[in-house]
Design a protein around this ligand. Sequence first.
Ligand SMILES: [Zn+2]
Length: 102
Amino acid sequence: MVHYTCDMCGKPLLAEEDTRYVVKIEVYTACDAIDMDEDIDEEIMEIEETVEERDNIADAVDMLENGEYKTFRFDLCAKCHKKYLQDPLFLKSWRRTRFSEN
Ligand SMILES: [Zn+2]
């Protein structure tokens, strides 16, 4: 039997009793941040198309190695799921921390 615990409060989640919520977060560089060279020769474009698949894999490996693409997966209990949805980026917690430092 697979046991889960809530990643926020550490509460054990029982498969048959507790509703488990999964949070998946993907973090990566947005494509519009990459400057496209407008002077790309059409011939080069054609060659690039044929190796596109291989390039995509290389790019993905590059991104992983550079830490530009990251995924996070969290299991949450019903209580923490509700809390999480109210403040997904923990902005309230951040603000609270900043105020207490002043
Ligand atoms: Zn929890």
